[in-house]
Ligand binder design. Sequence first.
Ligand code: FAD
Length: 448
Amino acid sequence: MPEEYDLIVIGGGPGGVAAARKAAAHGKRALVIENAGWGGTCANHGCIPTKALLTCSKHFADLKKLKRLGINVADPAVDFSAIKKHQQQAVKIAALGAHKTLADGQVETKFGTGEITSPREVQYKDAEGNIKTFSAANIIIAWGAKPQLLPQIRPSERILTSDDLLKLEKLPESIVIIGASVIGVEFATCYAELGVKVTLVELLDRILPYEDQDAAGLLRQELTRLGVSIHTAAKLENITDTGDSVVARVQAGSEQLEKIANYALLCTGRKPLLHEEELDKLKIEYTKAGIKVDKNMMTNVAGVYAVGDVTGGLMLAHRAALMGEIAAGHISGEDTISYNENFIPAVVYSHPQIARVGDIRESAEVQVRKSEYSANIIARMELVTNGFVKAFFRDGKIIGATIVGEEAAELIAPLTLAVCEEMTEKQLRAWIIAHPTLSEIFTGLFSG
Ligand code: FAD
């Protein structure tokens, strides 16, 4: 008889970890199977290594401001091998942390590959090829996503995905980044701050097409100031790996550009990781955009759920975790939270950062309030005056907000709560904010 679980989760990223942890907290016997690294993409190739690099590059870039604050630092230099150690250490802590979270929560874990052989059965294969079958009342698919490549472009030693770039041990002199959405812009920021010659190529007519146009415009200026050469409305025709460099041919309007760099980074999106044969056998409905789920994250097959990037949509770690909690809540009969994509904040970790939540589309029915960083005393003292907050109101209630500026990722948190709670202007006017703080930027939005 196969060993029995209440829940088997396949994939140990943020979605899978959150789901298993919550189910176990409600007394369910839960198992997570992971085949690459605990913590998934987030810990190993996503949120954590990129932010470790961006922390280093920001500190280096900020040194240039110190002179204006009366501090002289002689000849600062980048030690990329030390930066890589910092990155590896952060990854190690995050991956161990994800595994420890499961162990502390009494979740069983197995390293290897899980395959769903029936809606109640999972086959587990370890690294040596040993196979075991487990049965489960419920199964959660949390396979994640993978880079989406342009059809005519093949990765190589020098034409890299973000996974490959994070493994580079030597800082290149130059890089051409294809795609100016969030991942491309974050790498452009980091590499340019570390002194790499960066070229950013984007097919659409602006960088960060999902962000507020003014916020993206401000960031474009900042990236240009950093030395990033930005080409929008520019189509990559082809890239060649010549062995010691790459040559990218780009059509920008009527102009044909040739960009030569040490490496190319492909940032043309991510797509759900679909083990299609397995899904077809189980008759689980999916499209190329992801596995289809209902409001409880259940697929069309009863007892089989899917959470996180594998379902498509906003590919963010905290959204995956939320979906995991909702699925586990449904399984445990404790469904206290519901899913509203509008309430999920999204951040671009550029310098300055851009953060947004809710509906940030301008229209005749929407009132937009704006407050500038330059009017804030802390922003002035910290020399971070380039930025603003915009809040969007409909019928007197806040429906969305965006921030571009220092600490935007942190500052979006209270606005997320305000948007989730559909707070009114009157309630927000009563919000008391300590002085002097960067958060006082918000008083400019709600006063009067
Ligand atoms: P994943 O984290 O991808 O985990 C899925 C896991 O399942 C993987 O480890 C995979 O190996 C495993 N798996 C798949 N199939 C099987 C199988 N058959 N058996 C066993 N295991 C299997 N998000 C943010 O919110 N903030 C950020 O700052 C951010 N930065 C990012 C930067 C980069 C460069 C990238 C690539 C992504 C970033 N993301 C960020 C996105 C974030 O990493 C993902 O949204 C998040 O990890 C999705 O979680 P998940 O649980 O759905 O899947």
